[in-house]
Every structure is written in C-alpha cells, then in structure tokens.
Design a protein around this ligand. Structure first.
Ligand code: PDD
Length: 296
C-alpha cells in the first residue's frame, strides 16, 4: 500500500518490526488466526512518538500501558523502553511513531474463556512522522469537527484495541466532510475518536474530567502541566454542547497530532473561526518542551 507523502518524507510503514522476542522484516511477521487480539479485540496498545530517536513522554505512555495491562489482567514484565528504543534504532532513528500492541495470545481454538497460562503476543512497529513542532504555529492547520453520540463501552480509560465505535464515528465525520468526531454521552462531551478535548473560555482552559468514560491522554496531561507551570488556569469539568460551541477556542490533543485548534463544529464557527491566542501560546510551550527534551 502506498504511504502518505509529506514533502520529501514518505510516511509508509517501516521495514523492521518486533514480534514476540524477535526483530524481523514486516513481511515475515505472522500471528496466529486464533490470536485473541484478532478474534476478540482482547488486547491493549500504545502509540508513542519518538523525535530524533527519543521517546516523547515515554514514561507516561509506559505507565498507561502498565495500567491497561493490569486492567485486563495480562501479567507481563518487559523492559519496554529498551525494546522500543532498539526498534527505533533498527529503523534508522529519526522521527517516528511507535505502535505497540499486546494481546492475550493465541489459544488452540476460539473460546471466550481464557486460561491464565496463555502467553501474550507482543507486536511493535514504527512509522515515519513529521516533526509537528519544526515548522512553527503558522504551519498548523486548524480542523473541523462534528458532534455525535458516544457509542463506546464504559472503560474508555483502558487503551484497548476494541476501536470499532471510534472508527465508525470517524468515518461518519469523513462522510460529512469534516476532520474529527467529538463524542457526547448523557449530555456531556467526552473526547474525540482518537484525541482528548479542550475548550477555552475567558482565558481558562477546560477539559472533561478524568473518568472511565475517557482515555487519560498523555498529551492532555502535558497541556495541564504546562498550563500550571505558566500560570494559565485550568479546570476539569463537565462540558455540554452549548459550552463547546460558544467557547472562545476549542482544541483537540493526541500524541501524534499534539495540540490542534478546532475552527468549526457542526457548521458553526468557533469564535471568529481562526486559531486562537491561547492555542498559539500552548503550541509555543509544547515546542519549547520538545526542544528541551531533545537537548536533555
Ligand atoms: N490515540 N483519546 C483517545 C480515544 C485516543 O485514542 C487517544 C490517542 C487520545 C490521546 O491520548 P495521547 O495524548 O496519550 O495520545 C485520547 C492514539 C494516538 C491512536 O489511537 O492512534
């Protein structure tokens, strides 16, 4: 399959992947059809950006991975940091996003029940990414979004590969000609199909409270930390539809996209429909944070 192109950079999957203890060519990586990840979505994952070969918020990602594994009772000890750094190195270093998936493993036949002695399947691969901080705030394109019902289960704090509802709402958004789907449950916004949500009102940054209805995003956490360090007020609150569309600014956040302004929701422009000043400030704080990390 051809990769997407960002200028000279071809964003196709890279050659060497990790599978169950081995670094091998992607074409040789094979998983059983009885793998529970395939049959039941019985698996968890992480997506971690590496810039110039260094993990961005790696500890936070690994912390969340441990949380997800514990939550679904997969017992597995690994030196994830060493494993992922080695994978990135074998693919030439640089700017990549690493995908790491751990399934409960393969049984001899399909059975909802599993036995504790199963050996998990561990898969990791990487993909070239653009350094989102390299070209400055002007290069960041704002996005459009729609609001739709959150059809997911009530353990969205587990980073599970059971992503069918996320895929369906994102496809719905694409069919409506917008970039992102923001989900609403019981009258309150939760998050986007693969991102967290922020609104800005009169200089305060608001985001939905951490709960089992949303993923505890590593980028979300970084926004809250950087805001606190800079004296920008933040509040974790319930956000209803009116609060969203009447906000001064709306942002989404994820590891691969960073913090991105949402300019239009359901055909309503957010404020003047342009990227807001507090977003520009937050983007600057992210850029500075990333530069420090690269130096350290
Ligand atoms: N998604 N919410 C959901 C449902 C997500 O899938 C993601 C990340 C986030 C943001 O989390 P973080 O800031 O730690 O990336 C929030 C990844 C990028 C993905 O599925 O590809």
């Amino acid at each position: 399959m051809p990769g997407h192109c960002f200028g000279h950079l071809s964003l196709k999957n890279m050659e060497t992947v990790y599978l169950n203890g081995e670094f091998i060519d992607a074409a040789d990586a094979k998983v059983s059809v009885f793998d529970r990840g395939f049959l039941f979505g019985d698996s968890v994952y992480e997506v971690i950006p590496f810039y110039q070969g260094r993990g961005f918020r790696l500890d936070e990602h690994l912390h969340r991975l441990a949380y997800s594994l514990r939550a679904i009772q997969i017992n597995l000890e690994e030196d994830w940091s060493a494993l992922l750094h080695e994978l990135v190195r074998r693919n030439g270093g640089g700017n990549v996003s690493v995908y790491l998936q751990i399934t409960r493993g393969a049984a001899e036949y399909r059975n909802h029940n599993y036995d504790d002695s199963m050996s998990p399947t561990v898969f990791a691969c990487c993909r070239a990414i653009r350094d989102i901080y390299q070209d400055g705030a002007d290069a960041v394109q704002g996005i459009t979004a729609m609001v739709t019902a959150d059809l997911r289960w009530h353990r969205c704090d587990i980073k599970s590969t059971g992503l069918l509802p996320n895929i369906l709402v994102l496809q719905q958004a694409r069919q409506m000609g917008v970039d992102e789907a923001l989900m609403i449950r019981d009258g309150f916004l939760t998050e986007g199909a693969s991102c967290n949500l922020f609104v800005v009102d009169k200089g305060v940054i608001y985001t939905p409270k951490r709960s089992s209805e949303i993923l505890g995003g590593t980028t979300r956490q970084l926004i809250l930390e950087l805001a606190a360090e800079s004296g920008i007020p933040t509040q974790e609150v319930d956000i209803d539809y009116d609060r969203l569309v009447d906000a001064d600014e709306v942002w989404i956040s994820s590891s691969t996209r960073g913090v991105v302004p949402v300019l239009k929701i359901d055909d309503r422009a957010i404020a003047d429909g342009r990227k807001g000043p507090l977003w520009a400030r937050m983007f600057e704080l992210f850029t500075h944070y990333q530069q420090q990390l690269m130096k350290g």
